[in-house]
Design a protein around this ligand. Structure first.
Ligand code: HEM
Length: 496
């Protein structure tokens, strides 16, 4: 096998081939260090399409967004699920869905994703709104020191993580304990969510290695942590949880219909969904709030828009539940732009397709490249997001970049050509993230709640947040450094 890898030579019609000198690993180390810079260098040297050997895989990168449509519409010879099914099953510990043992299950899972969108999103949005307010209120109540209106210091990432993890969990899975959620948390309640989150963080830290197929047995305690996480979702336990979302209920019923799926396999599927639902949303919320707090003009504009939409309810938010409908969230154009701008700057996911047979991919009328069965074709949205031909001053945060004449701006050009795929944090084509509408709504709700309920300030005298590039390829990058901030319950509410 190694011999074959070393021997591969570029054939007529194939893109330039970059193998490096290390057998098997090829350019994996350079790629892992900073994939964006690495690919930029290769693009300058070899043009818009090239093949790189990375950890035993030949990956053909298509770097020009004008060529994306040709790849995205090519469903038959370029398959997405082969890669994601294999990677997800080893990472989360369930048998591959498309292994033949579960006829029709993959399609039925896909169909249930509709319960994250359309009319079903109204109920999720409503649930999330209540949960977010409850979690933030509890956060203040369970604070040991000083009155609620005193300033508290915390890490901004840790704050976003605590609030979004718990609120998203409750919204999707319901409540594992029957204790009253309105009052101060009991120690039992603190325990389950904090333990779940801590285990989740430990697992997530090893996620890049698991996705890269490093055997879990080599990763210290990760295996037992994953087992504990999976056991949390055991069907016997979940049967006791109160008011899960329709989405989770239907998935539970679906898994139940497959006898070939063991209880712990069912649990592992639920655990995988937890990861999908918070793994990217937490860092995305961090960047959104971080940028807003770093840019006074953006903060004023976004706050004004929120207050205009929320209206009179604003003053009561610390005591009563405020409702924000989907329609109201849809009206928040500047907030949506600010979120999309944060996603543009922090998203490093790759769109991966596995080549099903040797064929030549027609990219433009005059340009086709030949690829081989088993190779991987990759779109790299980060290069588009940071392309100065598309976005002027691409490294700069401009909260209103996606607004034009009071509406969402959707026309972006590379040179004089309009591009369709200018922003792709959620992937592309048929495999796009099914949770994207829910995710954007959740983020809007999070920003609304914290800006309406709290005063927030970044700590002065600290370095700017930078991206942790070691997770490149996997979604929204977390910050590499700790960012301190302070916050307190808004004054007007406590005076009333
Ligand atoms: C898949 C991004 C939030 C559920 C994906 C993919 C990306 C992505 C890039 C792969 C798509 C592709 O390669 O074409 C994000 C980002 C999020 C987010 C940036 C937040 C900012 C969510 C949420 C949920 C969710 C909140 C669920 C509640 C899923 C699922 C898949 C997926 C289930 C796999 C779909 C499949 O197997 O076909 N997401 N996602 N995501 N996402 Fe999200």
């Amino acid at each position: 096998f190694l011999h074959l890898l070393l021997r591969r030579r570029r054939r007529e019609g194939e893109p330039p081939l970059i193998k490096g000198w290390i057998p098997f690993l090829g350019k994996a180390l350079e790629f892992r260090k900073d994939s964006y810079q690495f690919l930029q260098r290769l693009q300058e040297k070899h043009g818009d399409v090239f093949t790189v050997l990375i950890a035993g895989k030949y990956m053909t990168f298509v770097m020009n967004p004008l060529l994306y449509p040709a790849v995205i519409k090519q469903g038959k010879q370029l398959d997405f699920h082969e890669f994601s099914d294999a990677a997800a099953s080893t990472t989360f510990g369930y048998p591959a869905v498309r292994s033949g043992r579960f006829p029709g299950m993959s399609e039925r899972i896909q169909k249930l994703f509709l319960l994250l969108q359309g009319p079903a999103l109204n109920s999720l949005t409503h649930r999330m709104m209540g949960n977010l307010q409850r979690v933030v209120r509890q956060h203040f109540l369970s604070w040991g020191g000083g009155p609620e209106c005193d300033w508290r210091r915390d890490g901004l990432y840790e704050f976003c993580e605590r609030v979004m993890f718990e609120a998203t969990f409750l919204t999707l899975y319901g409540h594992p304990s029957r204790a009253n959620t309105e009052t101060k948390k009991t120690s039992e309640e603190i325990c389950w969510i904090d333990t779940l989150r801590e285990n989740f963080k430990k697992f997530d830290a090893k996620f890049p290695l698991l996705i890269a197929r490093v055997p879990i047995g080599l990763l210290g305690k990760t295996k037992s942590i994953r087992e504990e996480l999976i056991r949390f979702f055991h069907p016997c336990r979940m049967a006791e949880w109160s008011s899960p979302s329709e989405f989770v209920q239907m998935r539970t019923e679906l898994f139940h219909q497959y006898d070939t799926l063991k209880d712990l396999d069912r649990a592992a599927h639920h655990f995988a969904m937890l990861w999908a639902s918070v793994g990217n949303t937490i860092p995305a919320c961090f960047w959104c709030v971080y940028h807003l707090l770093s840019d006074p003009q953006a903060l004023v504009a976004v706050k004004k828009e929120i207050v205009d939409v929320v209206g009179e309810q604003e003053t009561s938010i610390c005591n009563d539940d405020v409702t924000l409908t989907r329609e109201q969230l849809d009206r928040m154009i500047y907030l949506e732009s600010a979120i999309n701008e944060s996603l543009r700057l922090s998203s490093a996911s790759m769109n991966i397709r596995v080549v099903q047979e040797d064929f030549c991919l027609q990219l433009e009328p005059q340009c086709s490249v030949c690829v081989r069965k088993g190779d991987i074709v990759v779109l790299h949205p980060q290069s588009t997001h940071l392309d100065p031909d598309i976005y002027s001053n691409p490294q700069q945060y401009q909260f209103d970049r996606f607004v034009k004449d009071g509406k969402e701006k959707t026309e972006f050009y590379k040179g004089d050509q309009k591009i369709r795929y200018y922003r792709m944090p959620f992937g592309s084509g048929a495999t796009m993230c099914p949770g994207r509408f829910f995710a954007i709504n959740e983020m809007k709700q999070f920003v609304c709640i914290i800006l309406l309920m709290c005063d927030l300030e970044l700590a002065g005298d600290q370095q700017e947040a930078t991206l942790d590039t070691s997770r490149a390829g996997l979604g929204i990058l977390p910050p590499a450094n700790h960012i301190a901030f302070r916050y307190r319950l808004k004054q007007h509410s406590t005076e009333q």
